[in-house]
Design a protein around this ligand. Structure first.
Ligand SMILES: Cc1cc2nc3c(=O)[nH]c(=O)nc-3n(C[C@H](O)[C@H](O)[C@H](O)COP(=O)(O)OP(=O)(O)OC[C@H]3O[C@@H](n4cnc5c(N)ncnc54)[C@H](O)[C@@H]3O)c2cc1C
Length: 340
């Protein structure tokens, strides 16, 4: 199918934000042609070809180096939403530029060290060709229930940075996706970054995706978990997120609450896995039935939780012998390399 559109190619972020600004702000009378960003194009190009998208104007953001890369910041200017100072997170933040590719997640040392779940999601994302082009911002902005970076980013308590000419705001990933292919991004905003607090050393995370084949598969369901616990297995924090089982990727809050503040025994993990399965609201589709999805969410959650509790306990006893103080946690987070 032949598709016609105007293509804008900004060279700087400021140029890009001006191109996205409402027509009235740019002194134009016609406000009927919103500008659509395109990054890797791995969603947009197939949608253009199939006629699902008919944008009059596309803006290619792939040349904006400022959107790429992964770094650590120990204190963020401006602090956190709600007025919390960023510095209260002793270990600082990992900041992923919105235009960072999925391939970069796979090779980046900060992601390997602090976000095993995200690295594991990158490893099973599409195929190497797509991973080289597909971006994290594009994955979240597309807002598919099967977006593979979303469950890991949910368990990492990540936030999305939305930037327009009028400034910057942060939206938690959970609040960012509000329905199938619907987000809270305004037309004048670009996703410039995604950030999450560096998890303490006595935590571990993991991701598993069930697909119909081993590579290049859309998730039938996916689960990410993160657990922070001491050497005795006392849980300080638990996060469980599910993909492809609801209109958006979701947190399984009742399951998390079952674990928090408790000693993580196999029976408790089993109970939490059951609650995670109950949180799933899947549909029947070509890739799997609702009953299958719900049952397998329980199985995968139990296996992932068992594995990460074991890892977190081992790190805890290796570093602290007993429950770490916040200072010890922060120090260990900076010096310890966890496995992916
Ligand atoms: C063969 C194939 C296999 C795939 N496999 C997977 C998979 O395993 N897992 C998975 O999750 N997805 C998969 N996808 C979907 C797709 O690759 C991802 O969603 C990808 O992350 C999209 O990123 P992109 O940069 O290509 O986005 P684009 O296609 O460029 O854009 C997607 C959306 O994001 C918006 N956008 C892009 N960048 C920005 C920005 N900085 N700010 C605001 N909006 C922005 C665009 O306007 C558009 O709405 C697959 C796609 C293909 C073609």
């Amino acid at each position: 199918m032949q598709v016609e559109f105007e293509l804008l190619m900004p060279k700087t972020l400021s140029e890009a934000l001006t191109m996205l600004a409402p027509a009235a702000e740019r002194g134009l009378a016609d406000s009927s042609t919103p500008v659509m960003p395109i990054a890797g194009g791995t969603n947009v190009i197939p949608d253009l070809r199939d006629g699902r998208l008919r944008p009059a104007v596309l803006m290619d953001v792939s040349a904006l180096d400022v959107l790429r890369g992964i770094r650590r910041e120990n204190d963020l200017p401006g602090g956190l939403p709600g007025g919390l100072p960023g510095g209260r997170h002793g270990g600082g933040f990992i900041i992923i530029g919105g235009g960072t590719t999925i391939a970069t997640l796979l090779t980046d040392p900060l992601i390997a060290q602090h976000a095993a779940a995200l690295r594991q999601a990158a490893a099973v994302f599409a195929n190497p060709l797509v991973r080289n082009r597909a971006t994290v911002a594009g994955n979240l902005a597309d807002a598919s229930p099967a977006a593979d970076t979303a469950p890991p980013l949910l368990v990492l308590d990540a936030e999305v940075e939305l930037t327009s000419r009028s400034g910057t705001r942060w939206a938690p990933v959970e609040a960012f996706m509000v329905g199938v292919r619907k987000t809270v991004r305004r037309p004048a905003e670009l996703i410039t970054a995604i950030r999450f607090p560096v998890p303490p050393a006595n935590s571990a995370s993991a991701f598993h995706k069930v697909g119909l084949r081993k590579a290049d598969a859309i998730s039938v369901l996916s689960v990410a978990v993160l657990v922070e616990c001491d050497a005795d297995g006392l849980c300080h924090k638990a996060r469980i997120a599910l993909g492809s089982v609801a209109p958006t990727p979701i947190r399984a809050r009742a399951a998390e609450d079952r674990l928090q503040g408790q000693v993580l025994t196999p029976a408790l993990i089993e109970a939490a896995a059951r609650l995670a399965a109950e949180a799933a609201r899947p549909i029947d589709d070509l890739r799997g039935s609702a009953v299958y999805r719900q049952r397998v969410v329980g199985v995968v959650t139990r296996r992932l939780l068992t594995a990460v509790v074991d890892q977190a306990r081992k790190v805890s006893s290796q570093f602290f012998g007993e429950s770490p103080t916040p200072e010890e946690q922060s120090h260990a987070t900076q010096s310890h390399h966890t496995q992916s």
